[in-house]
Every structure is written in C-alpha cells, then in structure tokens.
Design a protein around this ligand. Sequence first.
Ligand code: DOR
Ligand code: ZN
Length: 337
Amino acid sequence: MKEITLKSPLDMHLHLRDEEMLKLVTPLTTQTFAGAVIMPNLVPPVDTLEALVSYRERITAALGDDVFKPYMALFFRDYSEAELAAAKDEMIGIKLYPAGATTNSEAGVKALDAVEPTFKMMEEMGIPLMVHGETHGFVMDREKEFLASYEYLAKKFPKLQITMEHITTADAVDLMGKYENLRATVTLQHLIITLDDVAGGMLNPHLFCKPIAKRPEDREALLQAALDANPSLMFGSDSAPHPLSKKECCGCAAGVFTAPLALARLAQLFDKHDKLENLQDFVSGNAQRLYGITPLEKKVKLENTPFEVPSAYTGHGQHVVPMHAGETLDWSVTHIS
Ligand code: DOR
Ligand code: ZN
C-alpha cells in the first residue's frame, strides 16, 4: 500500500459558475482543496468590487463547513486607480481574456496596447495579472502566437506578476523559464491527453476545452515540468463544468470537469512516474511562494486504492459528466483533516 498526505492543496484556476451549478460543484472542490483561484467569467463578468464580494458570499454559502478559501479574481477591464486600490485586498489578481477567446469572454480585451495604463497601475500596486493566452488564429497555433504578447508584457512591465493560464505547449514551458515575472498554471487534462483523445477517433466532447489539447511532444514537456515541480509551474485544474445538454450537442461548450477526481488522478500520475515526492510543491508549495500566500491548514491523505469515478454528478437540477466518467482510478482520497 502506498500513500501520500498533501498539505493544503490549491487549485490555482477554477470555474465554479453560479446559482444551481455553483451549489452542485463547489463542494466537489472544497472537500479536498484548501483554496482555489475562482475565475470571474460569469454573465455578466465579475468586474466590480461589489460583484466580487457578492460572488464570494454565494461561494461561501455553497461550501458549508469545508475548510476552504476562495481566492477571488476580477475580470480584466480598464480599471481606475481608485477601483484597483479598493479591490486590491479582496482579490488575488485580475484575469484577462482576449475578447471572444473562450466561454463568456465577449467582454474581454480587444487590443492589449489600449489597456497598458491598467497594467502599469497593477504593476505599481502589486496586483497579479492572469491571462488566457490565445490569439484568434488557427486553433492549434493560438497559444504559440500569443507567446510574443506574454514576452512583450513581461519585458515592458518587469514587476508585473504574470500567470500564463492553462499552458498547453512545449513553447510555453520554455518561455516560462525565461522571465522572472512569468509563471504558469497547467491543468490535469493537458498532462494526460493530446488532440488525438479529443478528436482522433470518435469525438469526445467531455475532453474538449480551450486551449485545445495539443501534440504528444507538448504533453511530454508539460508533464516533465509538472513531475519535476518546476518552480514556475502551479496546478490549476481549469475544471469547467457545463450541463450535459451543452456538452453532448452540436456546438459543444469548451470545458473539462475534473474537480472531483483531480487529486486522485494527479497522485496516480505522479506515482506512475515515481515522482510522488514532487506532488506537494506542484499542488501547493509553488503557488504559495509565487503568490506569497499562506493557505488554510488542511491535510488530504491519498492511497493507492481504487476510486470509481461516477458516470455523472447530479443535484440541484444539474447533471455534469466528469473526465474519466465510469472509469476506475488507481488512487483515491481516503482521509481529510
Ligand atoms: O475550456 C475552457 N472552458 N476554457 C476556458 O478558458 C473557459 C472555460 C469555461 O469557462 O468553460
Ligand atoms: Zn478557465
């Protein structure tokens, strides 16, 4: 029997949605994670302090007695200095979406150079920037094409802490190491799948997300960086629940729902590669250092005993299919304290 006890695991990129979906999915993260960065792409987006505080209250109500801190993020727009000053202590950072790049991003940024005054203020005030780094180019090249923008921002604003969210390419792994102020999150699915798993055989809508999974060599580079607990890399699930009717349809929504199985599947993956000792830094230590946060105390014990992933999670009138639905994982969460 093998086991590992993780201290205060953190999910640095999470979608909890709102209303009934929020009520269903929030506990599926808050049971096992000590905290998570909550994405602000609601409709309308979370782009005022008032909206952020009220969203945090709805999350807090949904998590019950779980030991968990929601690290709130604002949706990027042109903010005034007064707005930033008022919101600074209530949030972990601001999330930038290029307009139209993904789910609920219509209100995003159309041109990066037009919003540089906000970047400058964020840099001066020590507010981190989180970025969905994709252009509107050919789907397999969108992240690669965006890397020049990351590099431009990293150089022009050297004190601005920039997180390249959910990286999917070997090129992004390389870039991450080049600038002290560039760091990244990576999802579970991008460590495991390639485009082949999404569309190489029968189409699998439950593995369709943005950025789309890339080539085997990209997955290899991401996996190596995660297994090594590369100090610039953090776990961010990008767990993004959509109702079954929005996934198994024509015009499938982007998003993979991994929250309930994320830690068990990560333990299985790190164990397979004999790197269990690096999982703590990947799921907590690196994020603590990079964001300067001290999470709530929580211990999550995992053992290599089977975990049957449900075919769906239901409740509050919702029905969501997770990654690995109906499959049996080799590892499971066995104790939380
Ligand atoms: O696949 C994705 N789903 N990528 C994103 O960037 C957004 C997310 C969502 O909100 O569903
Ligand atoms: Zn996301």
